[in-house]
Structures are given as C-alpha cells and as structure tokens.
Design a protein around this ligand. Structure first.
Ligand code: SAH
Length: 213
C-alpha cells in the first residue's frame, strides 16, 4: 500500500489534475507521505485526500501541496529563504525543503511540531528550522522571505506576513472562513505595494492565535 507503484499512481493523478512542474512531481514521487501519518491511516497515504493528524488538524491534500508548491516555483524570483506557516505533519515542509535553500516553518501545536521535527530529521532534511509560534504571525527575525506559504486560513491577508516578504517576494495563502480562496500576493520591487490575485476555491483549517503546548 505504500509501495513506489502506489506513489506513482498518485503522481499520475496529479498530472491529470493539471500539475505540470516535473520538479514538483519528482519530489512528491520520492517523498514518503505515509511516514507523516499515524500507522492506522498510513495505508491511505497515497490517496489524493487530506487526512486527520490529531488535534483537529489535517495533513493537506497532495493536489493542494503540489499546486501551492508549483505556484511558488513558478512565481518567486528566487527561493533562498522561505517561510511556511502551519507545519502540521511536516509533509509540505519536507517537499519544500527539497526545493528551496533555507526553510523556516512555524506551528502553534507543540506535539504536532515535535513529531514533524522528528520526521524531518529522519529524512535528513537539515535545511529546515522549525519553531512553536507564539500566536503572532510569521517569523520576522528570520525574514525577509523570497516566498511564504501558509497552510491555514485567516479571514483576511495578515499585514505581518506581507511585511515579511522581500522585494518581488510571493505569499501563497488561503483566505476566508465560510468560503475560502487561495490568494497570491506579490510584493513589488523597491516598494511597499502589493499585487493580490484571487485563485481557486480551497478548504483549509483556520489560522489561529495562541500556542498549544
Ligand atoms: N501542510 C500541513 C498542513 C497542516 S494543517 C500538512 O500537510 O501537514 C495547518 C496547520 O497550521 C495546523 O497544524 C495548525 O495547527 C497550524 N496553524 C494554525 N494557525 C497557526 C498559526 N497562527 N501559526 C502557526 N501554525 C498555525
């Protein structure tokens, strides 16, 4: 159930759904998603669905991981320093870590972060720094970032995250409560101006404040 053949079938499906980046498809084909789930659910790891990871949170659907990663690759000018908001299981983190130079990831639920940290170490992904976020948004001390990817949805685009973008930096983020849309925010070069594009409808868990230890 966790064989390379099963994984390849998922990659084929992602292609059919419109994912074109060979870089993204290669990394997803060689990243073991089943290691990011509890054993009871690991047989379903290569289905194209989100699945529970505890604490009311979910591992993102492979299609959406691929789509958001592809957006970053195609729209960011460089990917030296990248921030992820919402580490969760660490699966999207593992995918990004293999495509960017230095990755920072924040998560507000301590036990999820501990598990994710262990998995990233097992996979020998050493270019990732994670931290338990104290409810504030982002990680200003490590910015500015060439790209920011958020895996949890605020009601509106947080100004704090926009401010942490480098010139030409891009932010990919789901926004909304009842109905959510993926947004792509680009910081203009040499200015405090941002271009915002609304993309497709999505479903993410909400972006929340406060830390769970
Ligand atoms: N890409 C992850 C998605 C996890 S779900 C995966 O595939 O596993 C989104 C995560 O965002 C949850 O773990 C949730 O706890 C976290 N989150 C929500 N609000 C947050 C905030 N303000 N700061 C950091 N993490 C947050």
């Amino acid at each position: 159930m966790t064989s390379q053949r099963t994984r390849n079938r998922l990659i084929q499906r992602l292609r059919e759904e419109g994912i074109e980046s060979e870089q993204v498809l290669d990394v997803m084909a060689s990243t073991p998603r089943h290691l990011f789930l509890d054993e009871a659910l690991s047989v379903r790891a290569y289905e194209d669905t989100s699945l529970p990871i505890g604490y009311g949170q979910t591992i993102s659907q492979p299609y959406i991981v691929a789509r958001m990663t592809e957006l970053l690759l195609s729209r960011a000018k460089s990917l030296h320093r990248v921030l992820e908001v919402g580490t969760g299981s660490g699966y999207q983190t593992a995918i990004l870590a293999r495509l960017v130079d230095q990755l920072y990831s924040v998560e507000r639920i301590g036990p999820l972060l501990d598990k994710a940290r262990r998995r990233l170490r097992e996979l020998e992904l050493y270019n990732v720094e994670v931290k338990l976020s104290s409810g504030g948004f982002g990680w200003p001390e490590k910015g500015p970032f060439d790209a920011i990817l958020a895996a949890a949805a605020p009601a509106s685009i947080p100004a704090e995250l926009k401010q942490q973008l480098a010139p030409n930096g891009v932010l990919v983020i789901p926004v909304g409560s009842d109905s959510q849309y993926l947004h792509l925010v680009t910081r203009r070069e040499d200015s405090d101006q941002f271009d915002v594009e609304r993309l497709e409808a999505v479903r993410f868990v909400p972006l929340l404040g406060g830390v769970v230890r």
